[in-house]
Write a protein that binds this ligand. Structure first.
Ligand code: ADP
Ligand code: ZN
Ligand code: ZN
Length: 722
């Protein structure tokens, strides 16, 4: 009779963020399992999903009884029967957990599709059987994936590439990257991604490609383009999506297809960076400058930055693409000793075809009557487009611009009683709503402070702008003599599922003359007949306390301008209008010349002088409590502890602290949300390594700091907003 063998496994499970159990737990198994295997285990009374992290040679010593036999190590409940996650996937997760200061268990388990956590082994097997009936077959001998329909030859497109596209593609062949593809809006970047993907997929029958976009709901067009191009070649299963708009069963289905190699292209938002892709060969990060790549809760990771790391681990090429790269990526792609040209910059400065970039027109609002919302010259330009049967986009940044109710007599404003924010006036249902905590009330008949019945909105929201424009344009007729058609797209108008797609389809179909909206309409859409784009009041972002505000505003306006005049057939010159009180501001001067590089240069110089990103590194610790004092005291106590530790230890800790500055706790700029007070503490260093070393110890100190009254705390490494 063969000896029954025991295998000791160290297994990760989902554990609460600050629990003591944040590292792997030990279990035993009667059968050997490889690292990366997915299993079910019991923890207390619950049964959980676990990831085998390591196979131990023997039971951990503290778990051995005196006679050397193991005690009380529970057996796993079941093996889910999936192919184990790859070594590089596990290395990648480890890196992300350490770098972003989270527990391994949390990062590993939240990188897996939620439904995987709930299925037992039997359900899993049923699911896998269902998956197999697809239109691809896996060759049992070679493991090759064969599309059913493989008569199609290489190059599924009739597009004749432009010379700059060809140059860029050739450079991508002859260098390892990572690449920063710096290409004007409409220069054909997407086509480059598709060509690069095609090449990889054709040259290796197993190769997989990950394509990331900032907001997949706003870019169904990319998905369509990718499907159109690759499904005929590799089968309908070859392209899968991964984003938070999908149901849990859909997400699991995509994940499994990527994990077993059937999916050759994964198209997703930032979460897709954690997809299990055993044959990952190429990663594309489109609109790499977009802040949505940085997660704002849980592990606050940057999918863009992680893409570069994952590319290195998986030996996959990485393409970061943008018309307005983040200044970090721009800096890293500069040749020179300082950055060692970490990324290879490839430029495509011209638009495809003869369509020129729009002319930027600045309207000096200081010369307009005080309360002007849409200046007469802008209005005339919009009217002109309507008469010609062309379309216009008018947008405003919502931030700081939503309509707040105001009493001119006593100065009352519609503050939220639970947050440090004003409630916003919604005309449709005559309510005041807090956009932070959701607190909603009917609009009062009179000022709650002084009884004045004449209370009015200050600032203008999209709703009002739409109304105002309808009023101003009521006499303007379309070429066929009909009245102008105005539509609005913003978070409110698109709440219902599918509403955004439907509204965008109307714009595409030419059923809308003037589109009013928030910056959500400025991003990524490939509108054909738009010849005028206007930013009504972008100035608010010029004088922000956030050092990245100018970078963001510039990117937003460049992107918005990119919506205009994409159709070369249009002929006429398209225009980008900007209403500003500061037409001489360097940002607008640079914008007028479409001079991203010049603007980046001056901004980077300022940042270098101030040792800000990318010249310095930072992290924030945030704490939340019922009172501001409690939140700040927690942070300040932790700070004193680590400074005292460093002082008493004259060795390496002290050296490390020389390179790191820890500032005192301050209230966050959104200080209060839903009656919770928020405080933060900034940590800066000129050295990434020193900052990382510091954060490791800091984490231990934070865990030991008395946290009475603290609701939660978290570390944000490389924060986007300070
Ligand atoms: P970007 O991603 O840089 O904004 P796209 O790849 O979307 O640019 O290209 C802009 C438009 O030009 C798209 O409609 C695309 O189909 C078209 N296009 C791209 N490359 C070519 C080409 N080589 N020849 C003709 N049209 C092209
Ligand atoms: Zn009043
Ligand atoms: Zn509120």
């Amino acid at each position: 009779m063969p000896l029954k063998q025991t295998h000791w496994l160290s297994i990760l499970v989902q554990t609460p963020v600050h629990s003591k159990l944040s590292q792997a737990l030990t279990y035993q198994s009667p059968v050997a399992l490889a690292p990366g295997a997915l299993v079910r285990v019991t923890l207390g009374t619950r049964e959980l999903l676990g990831v085998v992290w390591q196979v131990l040679k023997e039971a951990p010593p503290e778990m051995l009884s005196r006679d050397g036999k193991a005690v009380e190590i529970k057996p796993i409940s079941a093996d889910l029967g999936l192919t184990p996650l790859s070594d590089t996937w596990r290395q990648f997760i480890s890196f992300a957990a350490i770098y972003y200061q989270r527990s391994l268990g949390e990062v590993a388990l939240s990188a897996l599709p939620p439904q995987l956590r709930t299925l037992d082994a039997t359900q899993m097997q049923r699911r896998l059987k269902k998956q197999v009936k697809s239109n691809t077959t896996i060759d049992p001998n070679t493991g090759e994936i064969k599309p059913v329909n493989n008569e199609n030859e290489y190059l599924a497109t009739s597009v004749k590439l432009t010379s700059q596209q060809l140059t860029v593609l050739a450079d991508m062949d002859s260098h390892d990257g990572p690449f920063l593809l710096y290409g004007a809006t409409g220069s054909g970047k997407t086509e480059v991604y598709l060509q690069a993907a095609n090449k990889v997929l054709q040259s290796d029958k197993k190769a997989q490609v990950l394509m990331m976009v900032p907001e997949i709901n706003l870019t169904p067009q990319l998905e369509e383009r990718v499907r159109e191009r690759f499904c005929p070649l590799f089968g309908d299963d070859a392209v899968v999506s991964m984003h938070s708009g999908m149901t849990n069963p859909q997400r699991l289905k995509s994940w499994l297809a990527a994990h077993d190699g059937r999916a050759r292209i994964v198209l997703g938002t930032r979460m897709a960076i954690f997809a299990s892709m055993p044959h990952l060969n190429l990663i594309v990060v489109d609109e790499e400058h977009d802040p949505s790549y940085k997660s704002q809760d849980g592990a606050r990771y940057s999918a863009r930055d992680l893409a570069v790391y994952r590319g290195k681990l998986d030996n996959a090429k990485v393409i970061l693409g943008s018309a307005t790269p983040s200044f970090e990526s721009w800096h890293h792609s500069q040749s020179g000793a300082e950055t060692q040209g970490r990324y290879k910059r490839l430029s495509m400065l011209d638009r495809v075809g003869s369509s020129a970039l729009p002319e930027v027109v600045l309207v000096n609002m200081a010369h307009q009557p005080k309360k002007t919302v849409v200046s007469p010259p802008l209005l005339a330009a919009i009217a002109e487009r309507i008469r010609r049967g062309e379309q216009s986009i008018i947008f405003l940044n919502r931030r700081g611009y939503a309509p707040v109710l105001h009493c001119a007599d006593c100065g009352w404003k519609s503050e939220c009683p639970h947050c440090s924010a004003y409630r916003v006036f919604h005309k449709i249902d005559r309510t005041l709503r807090c956009h932070h905590c959701g607190f909603t009330e009917r609009v009062p008949r009179a000022c709650p402070a002084c009884g004045n019945t004449d209370i009015n909105p200050i600032g203008r929201g999209t709703e009002q702008l739409e109304e105002h424009l309808a009023d101003l344009l009521r006499d303007v007729k379309r070429p066929n003599g009909e009245a102008v058609r105005i539509a609005r797209i913003d978070a409110d108008s698109t709440k219902l599922k599918g509403a955004l797609q439907q509204q965008l389809a109307q714009v595409h179909a030419g059923e809308v003359d003037v589109l009013v909206g928030t910056q959500m309409i400025a991003k990524g859409h490939d509108f054909r007949n738009i010849t005028l784009v206007a930013a009504v009041n972008p100035d608010t972002a010029l004088f922000s306390s956030d050092f990245r505000a100018p970078e963001r505003l510039f990117a937003l306006l460049m992107q918005a301008a990119g919506r205009a005049g994409r159709d070369a057939a249009q002929g006429g010159q398209s225009e980008m209008w900007i209403q500003t009180q500061h037409p001489q501001h360097p940002l607008y001067i640079a914008l007028k010349k479409h001079d991203y590089a010049g603007f980046a240069k001056t901004q980077l110089k300022d940042r270098e002088a101030a040792m800000m990103s990318p010249f310095g590194y930072s992290a924030l610790v945030r704490a939340e409590a019922r009172t501001q004092e409690v939140a700040q005291a927690f942070l300040n106590t932790a700070r004193e502890t680590i400074l005292a530790q460093a002082k008493s230890d004259n060795g390496s800790q002290n050296d490390m602290l020389q390179l790191v500055s820890v500032y005192g706790a301050v209230p966050m700029s959104m200080q209060r949300i839903a009656n919770v007070e928020r405080a933060q503490m900034l940590i800066e260093s000129s050295s990434r390594k020193a900052l990382q070393q510091f954060l490791q110890q800091w984490q231990t100190v934070l865990h030991k700091t008395p946290a009475k009254g603290i609701i939660r705390w978290a570390v944000d490494v490389d924060p986007l907003v300070i």
